[in-house]
Design a protein around this ligand. Structure first.
Ligand SMILES: [Cu+2]
Length: 266
């Protein structure tokens, strides 16, 4: 009995970050952020990829277990990159301590569109009484091939871009189609956040941290990115399967997350 209490306390401690922030904004985002979204020279071709689970605008991270899958699809072929993952201590701008995140290096050798994806381990979120699993994707174009960015990897849930997902200006419209099990999700919800990496932006009110749009009847969402930098789109749905937590079965929030980078016009 005593032991259980201690365990619960530990559990509460670990996840207190989430609970603390849950009242103002509760948007979690799987993050896959490459060192560049467009590779035009040898130097940029050595990509460094960071894989995190966080509140990207507020600069607060959550501990991330080793992902179940990490790979890249190029020209319709999938390469498993799980063995390249290294854990590191992430500290975002508002973090008071470090949390486990993941990173990998990947050198691009030939032209093409590189679709990187992560399937994380389920994350237990007591504040929402559910597990969270964000299937997260980012697309890097190499040497101007611009071919394949609209392909579907075939993830459990996935955002398929309708707008070319690289080389975008701030102020451009961005559209994508949200799919679960390969089928569009009508009127699904999409949460959007800016990766406020250095904490230079503040939200005037809590509601501005996370933008929310809904898909139309065809599962298509539309958003205009107001500023340069990385933007995350998280389409959230509930899985038809549950996962056990002790004796109980708990629901699983599945997110299809896509990251795109916007540029300022010079
Ligand atoms: Cu959280």
């Amino acid at each position: 009995m005593r032991k259980q209490t201690k365990f619960q306390l530990l559990f509460a401690g670990i996840f207190s970050v989430c609970i603390f922030f849950s009242s103002s904004a509760r948007a979690h985002f799987g993050m896959v952020i490459p060192s560049d979204d467009i590779v035009e020279n040898q130097k940029a071709a050595d990509l460094h990829i960071k894989i995190m689970f966080a509140h990207p605008f507020e600069g607060v991270s959550m501990p991330m277990e080793k992902p179940v899958k990490f790979g890249v699809m190029v020209d319709g072929k999938i390469e498993d990159l799980l063995g390249r993952l290294n854990a590191y201590d992430l500290k975002m701008y508002a973090d008071e301590e470090t949390f486990q995140a993941w990173q990998a290096d990947f050198s691009i050798k030939r032209p093409g569109d590189y679709l990187f994806y992560v399937e994380p381990a389920p994350y237990w979120e007591p504040a929402e009484d559910c597990f969270i699993k964000h299937y997260t994707k980012v697309i890097v174009d190499a040497y101007g091939k611009e071919d394949g960015w609209d392909q579907e990897i075939g993830l459990k849930t996935e955002i398929v871009p309708l707008t070319r997902p690289f080389g975008i200006y701030a102020g451009n419209v961005f559209q994508g189609i949200v799919k679960v099990d390969g089928k569009p999700v009508p009127f699904g919800e999409v949460e959007i956040e800016h990766y406020n990496e250095k904490g230079i932006y503040t939200a005037p009110k809590g509601a501005l941290v996370t933008q929310v749009v809904k898909c139309d009847a065809n599962g298509v969402f539309t958003y205009v990115m107001p500023k340069a930098g990385w933007w995350g789109f998280a389409a959230l749905n509930e899985d038809d399967k549950t996962l056990p937590l002790g004796e109980e079965e708990k629901p699983v929030e599945i997110g299809a997350v896509l990251w795109v980078k916007a540029y300022e016009m010079r």
